[in-house]
Design a binder for this molecule. Sequence first.
Ligand code: MN
Length: 315
Amino acid sequence: MPAVTVENILALPRLPLPDATAVARPVRSVTTAPAGFEGEGFPVRRAFAGIDLTLLDPFIHMDQMGEVEYAPGEPKGTSWHPHRGFETVTYMIDGIMEHKDSGGGGGIISGGDTQWMTAGAGILHIEAPPEHLVQSGGLFHGVQLWVNLPRENKLAHPRYQDITGSKVALLSSNDGGALVRVIAGEVAGHQGPGSTYTPIALSHTTVAPGAALSLPWNPSFNAIVYVLAGSGTVGPERRPVEKGQTVVLGRGDTIELAASERRTEPLEVFVLGGQPIREPIAMAGPFVMNTRSEVMQAFEDFQAGRLGSIPPEYA
Ligand code: MN
């Protein structure tokens, strides 16, 4: 799992040990993501399946894409499709994903890069491995997260943030046993590069076999841990977790993570949280609005070409 790694973890800023009054967040639930297929048929795990949306707020959907080793000719993507009312955040750990959109934007993401797309008022895009990867096959692994927008920003002008892996804030646990990559928001006073409409924090954390981490986490945020790979425990009660499981945590100051010592592979987790938006959610397909009539309007606008159209060079 390449993502972004470092030669000497102890050269990084270190997370403080929690003080004696810090409350470790208890585990509220552990769920196992069902496997499915997205787009033209690439394998995903539906990380949030079966979890109440109010516990996830401001997040609405998350897929772990892969991890899959493609044979030559096998890599798949999506066809052109619209979005409105939220943001798609695509984080690539292994392999390459190419985006193109109706506004002439897009980009290539790989090796720990994040593409943060604010769909806002509406955009059409396509997400696919580049042609050379389709021909060669290879490893493909990433995450796509949907972040909701508050009512006042749902129709924001579409925009991209290209967050290359080199911009991500890197932190070490106090003993050097864990690497924390802050993609957006702030963790223990360290700011990640991603800019967000509402306060959230997003991190990919690697805990070495047998190591443990007490991750400081904004007490006003909710906290969700998704296991990308490996196994270990979460919470002060040391609940066992493994690849493909999602943990919703309760209130507190820190997130307790420990990697299994019986394994040689580290515990890889995507840790996310934010301040809930607490507005009604009406969603259907690629649109996430506040009311049913706004969703109907989005379908109407899409059909009328008001969310943009496929650029002629790709049509
Ligand atoms: Mn999409």
